[in-house]
Design a protein around this ligand. Structure first.
Ligand code: FSO
Ligand code: SF4
Length: 542
């Protein structure tokens, strides 16, 4: 195995024996094989599109395959092997219907059915097949961006929203990743295009979420517990959230969110459920403690599973692209409906959650809510009450270096506001940082995909202040990354012209020195350093 797709990769070089995430080498290898045959599928779909063939029901294979290989989503070898076989079968069937069958790639033509042969192949397919350092770096950067985009695209699709340009881009780009004639310059251009399509995917998801569930609004979220049996739901899939709330009505079972599902508390459509209590716990990496004390069943709707302890393993269920050996998986029926009755019945037999904290946190500052406060915000900036905004979006994680983000938030002067999205917020959303003229100093827009909201807010402020360049706003970007959704958020920000982003806790291992230089020279990307020095670099007066 050779995997360096996430921030926690071993020694910030690569995981080569076993993943720091807990992934075995077999799983890492079969994921590489799945990505490879999906590149073949991308090529075939691109050709079918040219030949005006109907492909509208086939995009979901691309999204699911890429999404399932995101860090901490799927640890299940047999499940991944099944997906490889399904994709190979699909590729062969689709090739039969092509008018032009000439010069297809090896990935598209690959037609192996034997499990042992597939395993052998999975050991020789992967990142290191690209020998040139810079091309490999860019190909992987784009691949990880596509994985993040696939996640957002899939969430939007589940809610009935599609953007054909995004699908077309993803599929044609998968094919281009196998094209040896593309130069480093071509791949740099493709990286930026990946970013702009990522922004489109996030906009699509924003419209899917808000049209289905309303605009997030200022909300107080209970972080304590009640005395009823309960289910904890984690991950990012709001459709799963809706189905779970519907099915738990009048059963005596409460529902709490964990980690990235916290923003579900901000949507008007979910507030009508009186068994929806609030949020339990913190970011994904603390789940081994928090799932234990929760006592009830847990539903993982997307990534960010960590290898479970025996004490709660039997209570964890997966759905969607998430899978883990030994955990029960709830699949959707042909209409997308998921039957959660088994989880509800189990909840009834469990003790109610043990309280680990109590009180409230405030969130719900997606673009619509912040823009409703725009006059207040603009006035506070003009009269000097707000010195600067700092975008501290992204992910949280286990590494000790991430204490930096808590320290940074604490050290920020009282006339600054943190704009956040993603699970990075758990480093400072319970610090009680106060408010400025009634505007909370931590404005949480939602999940990592809601970083899109932060861009909409920045663009609106740019207009309000009559500025030509988004970088002239008093906004700094100090972003934490962990997995591949953060990669597409970063590329989207770059494509929108945002400069001088600080990225931490470490720069991605998959950036070769030359590619890292391109990002430094053209976009001012910088690693994080010491809190005081970084504060100065951002021009924040303390
Ligand atoms: Fe966090 Fe995990 Fe949203 Fe990621 S829960 S780390 S960027 O999957 O998705 O922010
Ligand atoms: Fe290592 Fe991250 Fe890959 Fe897991 S996802 S194997 S931790 S680089």
């Amino acid at each position: 195995m050779f995997c360096y797709q996430c921030q926690e990769t071993a020694k910030n070089i690569a995981c080569t024996k076993k993943g720091v995430c807990g992934k075995t080498s077999d799983v890492a290898n079969i994921e590489d094989l799945l990505v490879w045959v999906t590149k073949g599928l991308g090529e075939i779909l691109t050709r079918m599109r040219k030949e005006n063939k109907d492909i509208k029901n086939l995009h979901s294979f691309v999204n699911n395959n890429l999404f399932t290989t995101i860090t901490n989503a799927n640890f299940h070898y047999e499940d991944l092997l099944e997906k490889v076989k399904e994709t190979i079968d699909l590729n062969q069937k689709l090739i039969e219907g092509l008018d032009d069958k000439e010069n297809l790639s090896k990935a598209a033509l690959y037609n192996e059915k034997d499990d042992d042969e597939l395993k052998l192949k999975s050991q020789i397919i992967g990142v290191l097949n690209t020998l040139d350092d810079d091309k490999r770096s860019l190909r992987e950067l784009i691949t990880y961006g596509l994985k993040g985009m696939a996640a957002y695209n899939r969430h939007a699709n589940v809610l009935g929203k599609f953007d054909d340009n995004v699908d077309e881009f993803m599929e044609s780009t998968l094919a281009k990743l196998m094209d040896d004639s593309l130069s480093v310059e071509d791949l740099i251009a493709l990286t930026l295009e990946t970013g702009s399509n990522g922004a489109a995917a996030m906009a699509l998801l924003d419209s899917a979420n808000t049209s289905a569930y309303g605009n997030p609004e200022i909300s107080e979220v209970n972080i304590g517990v009640r005395n009823n049996p309960a289910i904890l739901i984690s991950g990012h899939d709001l459709k799963d959230m809706e189905m779970l709330l519907e099915q738990t009505q009048n059963t005596g079972v409460d529902v709490y969110t964990h980690s990235e599902m916290l923003p579900a508390n901000y949507y008007p459509a979910f507030k009508k459920y009186d068994n929806f209590v609030g949020n339990y716990g913190n970011a994904w990496w603390l789940q081994d403690k928090e799932f234990e004390s929760f006592n009830g069943p847990i539903l993982m709707t997307t990534n960010c599973i960590i290898p479970p302890k025996d004490s709660y393993k039997d209570r964890v269920f997966t759905t969607g692209v998430a899978a883990y050996p030994g955990m029960k998986h709830i699949a959707a029926d042909e209409n997308g409906y998921k039957d959660f009755s088994e989880i509800i019945e189990l909840a009834k037999k469990c003790e109610s959650p043990k309280e680990i904290e109590h009180g409230k946190i405030v969130g719900g500052f997606a673009h619509n809510q912040v823009l409703a406060l725009a006059d207040k915000v603009v006035e506070a900036v003009k009269n000097g009450d707000i010195q600067q905004f700092v975008v501290m979006a992204g992910c949280d994680g286990r590494q000790r270096g991430r204490n930096y983000y808590e320290d940074f938030a604490k050290a920020l002067p009282e006339d600054t506001i943190i704009l956040t999205a993603g699970c990075a917020k758990y480093r400072y959303n319970k610090l009680n940082l106060g408010d400025i003229n009634g505007i909370p100093r931590v404005l949480d827009a939602g999940q990592c995909n809601d970083s899109y909201s932060l861009v909409v807010i920045a663009q609106a402020l740019q207009k309000a202040f009559g500025l030509d360049d988004i970088n002239d706003l008093p906004i700094s970007y100090n972003i934490a990354w962990y997995e591949q959704k953060a990669v597409i958020v970063l590329l989207a920000l770059l494509s929108l012209g945002v400069k001088n982003i600080h990225l931490g806790p470490t720069l991605p291992a998959f950036l070769s020195p030359n590619v890292a230089n391109v990002l430094v020279e053209n976009f001012g990307i910088a690693p994080i350093g010491e809190v005081d020095e970084d504060m100065e670099k951002f021009g924040i007066k303390t």
